[in-house]
Design a protein around this ligand. Sequence first.
Ligand SMILES: Cc1cc2nc3c(=O)[nH]c(=O)nc-3n(C[C@H](O)[C@H](O)[C@H](O)COP(=O)(O)OP(=O)(O)OC[C@H]3O[C@@H](n4cnc5c(N)ncnc54)[C@H](O)[C@@H]3O)c2cc1C
Length: 314
Amino acid sequence: MRNICMFDYDVIIIGGGPAGLTAGIYLARGRYRALLLEKDLFGGQLKNIEWIENYPGFSEGISGPELASEMINQARRFGVQMEQGEVVGIESFSSTRLVNCADGKGYTCAAVVLAGGSRPKKLGVPGEDIFQNKGVIHCALCDGGQFTDQVVAVCGGGDAGVTEALYLTKLASKVVLVEATPALTASAILKERAFAESKLEVRCNEKVLQIVGDEKVRAIEVTQTITGKKERLQVDGVLVHVGIIPNTDYLDGTIPLDEAGQILVNNRMETAIPSIVAAGDIRQASPWQVAAAVGDGTIAAITVQRFLQAYAVP
Ligand SMILES: Cc1cc2nc3c(=O)[nH]c(=O)nc-3n(C[C@H](O)[C@H](O)[C@H](O)COP(=O)(O)OP(=O)(O)OC[C@H]3O[C@@H](n4cnc5c(N)ncnc54)[C@H](O)[C@@H]3O)c2cc1C
């Protein structure tokens, strides 16, 4: 029988969002030595969400940062070791996994949970890079304050885009929501709120061609997808939410990914490598929701527990 004590940790969790924190809670309660590595803020995307209404258990909703704090405290209470560190690679030596970090540190373990989540996709238009943080933003809660009493364009009519646009209406004088498809793709309740909000102008069938300005954003140029007609809209800022990219760059060549870069898993959240599981936004076909990330983290942890039981010293 193999012995997990020969590793630095029984399991290493990469990513401190809802998926990683949930996996950590389960594994620490199973008395496994769990290290959770986070490159940025513990809590993941929750830290940037003003209010979450569809996570069960909170009848009036809960603020993202508050939900994040509760999950972080719960993980700490059960003994998850949480450290700052950006993982840049995973090596496999027989039954050992070596997790390498950007600061040069490396940790060995028997199992790995990949829970690195996602980041916003770019629009891919001229001006987007030049005006990054000079009017182009990706998070209303973090950066929206600069647009108080100004005009902001939000690109993307999905759940995240509409949520961000509605938040910005509390600050900005006007919010223009630009969506390339014929209708908003957000859930019905968000669409109802968007159309009821007098400060929000919804423009479907329109694509942003470029972001223009001088030392800061001054306007966006849009084109109608049906007629091809172009128009310049005066705005002071642009928030981009046109989809997400999984944080799997460092895994390319380590485990199979799909064409979008998402990790292929089976229904136990196992990847092609035994003892490496994935959970949350990072895996193929994720619905990109907190409740789903928490569910994935639970499944991944149970799979890891079963795997680690094979190592237990009698
Ligand atoms: C504006 C907005 C509003 C949203 N609103 C809702 C909502 O109302 N309801 C809902 O259910 N969902 C909502 N979501 C989606 C929800 O936030 C995500 O589905 C959820 O956070 C995914 O959890 P996760 O743990 O998979 O990933 P994340 O929350 O993305 O966490 C992953 C963590 O991993 C870290 N990480 C990444 N790579 C590495 C690495 N190499 N090394 C170390 N750490 C790494 C990241 O820094 C991050 O902290 C919203 C998202 C946005 C952006």
